[in-house]
Design a protein around this ligand. Structure first.
Ligand SMILES: [Zn+2]
Length: 193
């Protein structure tokens, strides 16, 4: 279990405080799930300094290649790390007839609108109700994300377990970003937890 201060900061010897209020948005009332990302950059510093720029987006945690965990936003605040949601019933092969019909027209914005009206687990966790974890990692010349390091996976596994225990998040509600949004399918592909 993690010790969380009233302001949403976690006190733990394994987590460094790098909270950047610029990437925090509305209050997060409920945490339904966790989304795992890769940053697209090769260093933690490039992400940490970008989170200080006006209009920047980020997630709640950043894990460096050496396994160092930074908390970058309060866990009681929303961050904008997910984007438009894909239809969850498609992945789980349980769409209604009407939904299957609507999903035939390719329109990510409308699909997202329909999803946002649902509640988890009928939809994937969204910006409103998910914790985002970024793993430092760039893409190669073919636009594939580099493999997550052993140390990163170890820290990721620990952090996810602690968040699940502390915030009562079901283990079925942890996803890689490309599972829930239309993103480069190799993002966080090698992440394990
Ligand atoms: Zn992402």
């Amino acid at each position: 279990m993690l010790l969380i201060l009233k302001n949403g900061r976690i006190i733990d010897s394994k987590i460094k405080n790098a909270i950047s209020p610029i990437i925090e948005h509305d209050d997060m009332v409920k945490v339904s799930g966790i989304i795992v990302h890769q940053t697209g950059g090769s260093t933690a510093n490039s992400s940490l300094s970008s989170y200080k720029n006006k209009g920047a987006n980020g997630a709640h945690f950043l894990i460096d290649k050496d396994g160092t965990i930074y908390q970058t936003a309060s866990i009681y605040k929303q961050t904008w790390h997910v984007g438009k949601l894909k239809s969850r019933c498609v992945l789980e092969k349980r769409c209604s007839k009407a939904e299957t019909e609507r999903n035939k027209t390719y329109n990510p914005s409308k699909e997202n609108e329909r999803e946002q009206k649902k509640s988890p687990p009928d939809r994937f966790p969204s910006n409103k109700d998910s914790i985002g974890i970024e793993l430092v990692g760039e893409t190669d010349k073919d636009d594939n994300y580099v493999a997550v390091t052993h140390e990163q996976n170890k820290s990721l596994k620990w952090l996810i377990e602690q968040l699940e225990l502390t915030l009562f998040i079901p283990f079925t509600e942890v996803f890689r970003h490309p599972t829930v949004s239309r993103k480069n399918p190799t993002e966080a592909n090698t992440a394990q937890w």
